[in-house]
Write a protein that binds this ligand. Structure first.
Ligand code: HEC
Length: 116
């Protein structure tokens, strides 16, 4: 029966190890969602449908193969502007600092999980 206990312990550790990255990712998601709410992003964007701006899932899709996407989108979110999705411009978000811009952009490029 001692063997059984060891197997169980190993199994539990394996489960914990697997869950850890998920827990980290979702806390990053929660932080990003809080910043998005504070800055009214979600009034114009949703993860899975177009509102005034494109859905964040379509943004993630569009820039999937673009290695410059992170810096391009950080800059775009800060300065606003039109042209990527149509003629309607996004207003500038001048208050956001670099860390928040990175947080939001990474979350959007992951397809904005957990937004609802
Ligand atoms: C008043 C409505 C509005 C608000 C508020 C808004 N957006 Fe946008 N957003 C838009 C529109 C419209 C576009 C499409 C711009 C274009 O076609 O280039 C857009 C585009 C984007 C894009 C894609 C840019 C590109 O060039 O592909 C990202 C990413 C984005 N918004 C993130 C955000 C974030 C993060 C916030 C909050 C800090 C935010 N938006 C707030 C309307 C808005």
């Amino acid at each position: 029966m001692a063997m059984h206990g060891v197997v169980k312990t190993v199994f539990l550790f394996a489960l914990l190890a697997l869950r850890l990255p998920c827990a980290l990712a979702s806390s990053e998601d929660q932080k990003a969602i809080a910043v998005a709410k504070q800055n009214a992003c979600l009034g114009c964007h949703a993860s899975n449908k177009k509102i005034v701006g494109p859905s964040f899932q379509s943004v993630a899709q569009k820039y999937k193969k673009d290695s410059n996407a992170q810096s391009f989108l950080k800059d775009k979110i800060a300065k606003g502007g039109a042209g990527s999705w149509g003629v309607v411009p996004m207003p500038a978000n001048a208050k956001l600092n670099d860390a928040d811009l990175s947080l939001l952009t990474s979350w959007i490029l992951r397809g904005a999980p957990n937004e609802n």
